[in-house]
Design a binder for this molecule. Structure first.
Ligand code: NAD
Length: 485
């Protein structure tokens, strides 16, 4: 019998096997009490014909062991292959992606000597729902889904993380000046949850200027929480400006399972050459050890890594003449860390994961359940595929077939009003959003009213491609207004 915990290992593609070998050598040398169970995922599985990149049996292993240390995966281009990373994160409910980005001045060259921030990226929603359609000859769309429970979970996680790690502030990046409903919800949730954590004054940034500031003065940030896509982009930028994208580790945390990895990808251009920096994967493994309660081992390994960096033993991505002392390969770097197990950095700040931050009686994760809002159907947007039609002609045609329950109020093309009273200068594609509003005495309609309208549109020879219902929730519109509506 062994009381060791078992974690799942996936070596991954490209540089994955090399950086995983280096990482496991360090964990073994530090006598980390873990057993490993390996699964095969990624390129080989994809190319064997499984478009998910993971065999069904591997899910059993993942669910049994609950913790995965994963090398980067190559997603083959085209061919309908789905990103395995996104699939694992979403299938196992790993909603929080935690990406610390720290600079190691003066040992690793960076324009930003003072940088120690953590990006908490929402991991399951947003444009990563992967729901895309080509709707017309000219127009494609990708659905951006932001939910209240998803936003509450990630924002609460970010504040709780800040509390447990003694961080000083929490910032939120959104684009709610444009996406008022989706990013607006994320921002609203951020403001609400900020009130549950009175020791922090949350600050909000529009993502474009926030990104510019992050790239220019990262020292002004601490913990930053954001929706999935912004988090993906910002964390690569943040990792890169610490000195190399090869330095960042990352944790994907869910309620029952978790996955640890490097921030970077499989770097196929440098695979098999023993030159990749294993630090991102190793620091991902350190986060895993902390998560598993192996704080002492995590502390020993992280400090040995800091000492290695401080001693100027560098892989080629961070090696600079005059700054670095010894250029090493992937396995040479691992050997240097192993040599330094038990040593502390003298200039860089040592870590101590044994220090317990006082925990609140109740961990504030999760989301609140609320009563369902009262929903009224008050109209419908019907999207049409029509190439080259004059918007005034389309307006006349649709007005002629509107029903007693629904009347046409607006036509837009890519969101711009083209009827009534559009401008001839507005460029139009073959994709028209036609807004019908209830004209009933109580201003609400039924599904049958929508079906009746669609039947008339179809009978008029018009090609409808989708509908979106216009609903009021507790009396408030749950849809954006058209320009000039
Ligand atoms: P990448 O991160 O693999 O590489 C970007 C650049 O950084 C390259 O110049 C690369 O050589 C360098 N680099 C990355 N890691 C390094 C390391 N450890 N040491 C030294 N240099 C390093 O990004 P990419 O080229 O856009 O993607 C390659 C593949 O990785 C794609 O198939 C992509 O889908 C996949 N990917 C996987 C993950 C993941 O598994 N979590 C994340 C991102 C990308």
């Amino acid at each position: 019998m062994t009381d060791k915990q078992t974690v799942t290992i996936a070596r991954g593609d490209g540089i994955g096997p090399e950086i995983m070998q280096a990482t496991l050598a360090i964990l073994d040398a530090a006598q980390v009490p873990l057993d490993y169970e390996e699964i095969e995922v990624g390129e080989k599985v994809y190319l064997s014909g499984d478009t998910s990149g993971i065999a069904p049996e591997a899910w059993d292993v993942l669910r049994r062991n609950k913790v995965l240390l994963k090398g980067p995966i190559t997603t083959p281009q085209g061919g309908g292959y789905k990103s395995l990373n996104v699939t694992i994160r979403k299938t196992l409910g790993l909603y929080a992606n935690v990406r610390p980005c720290v600079s190691y001045h003066p040992f690793i060259q960076t324009k930003h000597p003072v940088m120690d921030l953590v990006i908490v990226r929402e991991n399951e929603e947003d444009l990563y729902a992967g729901i895309e359609h080509r709707q017309t000859n000219q127009v494609t769309q990708c659905l951006k889904l932001i939910s209240r429970p998803g936003s509450e979970k990630i924002v609460r996680y970010a504040f709780q993380y800040a509390r447990e790690h003694n961080r000083r502030k929490v910032s939120c990046f959104v684009k709610d000046n444009i996406m008022k409903i989706t990013d607006g919800l994320f921002h609203q949730v951020f403001k609400e949850i900020d009130l549950e954590f009175p020791e922090f004054q949350g600050e909000s940034w529009i993502v474009d200027i926030g990104a510019a500031r992050l790239a220019d003065t990262p020292e002004q940030f601490d913990v930053i929480v954001m929706p999935n896509l912004y988090g993906d982009i910002m964390s690569d930028i943040a990792a890169q400006i610490t000195g190399s994208v090869g330095l960042g580790g990352s944790a994907n945390i869910g309620d029952s399972c978790s996955m640890f990895e490097a921030i970077h990808g499989s770097a196929p251009g440098i695979a098999g050459q023993d030159i990749a920096n294993p630090s991102g994967n190793l620091l991902g493994a350190v986060m895993m050890l902390v998560h598993l309660g192996l704080a002492e081992h995590a502390t020993t390994i992280h400090n040995a890594w800091l000492k290695t960096i401080e001693d100027g033993v560098h892989t080629v991505d961070i090696y600079r003449e005059g700054n670095s002392k010894q250029k090493v390969g992937t396995q040479g770097f691992a050997a240097a860390v192993i040599e330094r197990l038990g040593q502390m950095p003298s200039v860089l700040k040592p870590v101590d994961y044994n220090v317990k931050v006082p925990q609140p009686a109740k961990r504030e994760f999760g989301y609140t359940t609320r009563p369902r809002a009262h929903k009224d159907l008050v109209g419908v947007d019907v999207f049409l595929d029509n190439d080259g039609i004059d918007p005034n002609v389309l307006g006349e045609k649709l007005s002629a077939i509107e029903t007693d329950a629904l009347h046409l109020v607006l036509i837009t093309n890519r969101g711009v009003k083209v009827w009534p009273k559009g401008f001839p200068e507005t460029f139009c594609t073959d994709h028209w959003r036609c807004r019908f509003r209830a004209s009933t005495p109580n201003n609400t309609i039924t599904h049958d009213d929508v079906i009746d309208l669609l039947k008339r549109i179809s009978d008029a020879g018009l090609d409808f491609i989708k509908t979106e219902h216009l609903c009021n929730f507790d009396g408030k519109p749950g849809y954006s207004m058209g320009q000039g509506e």
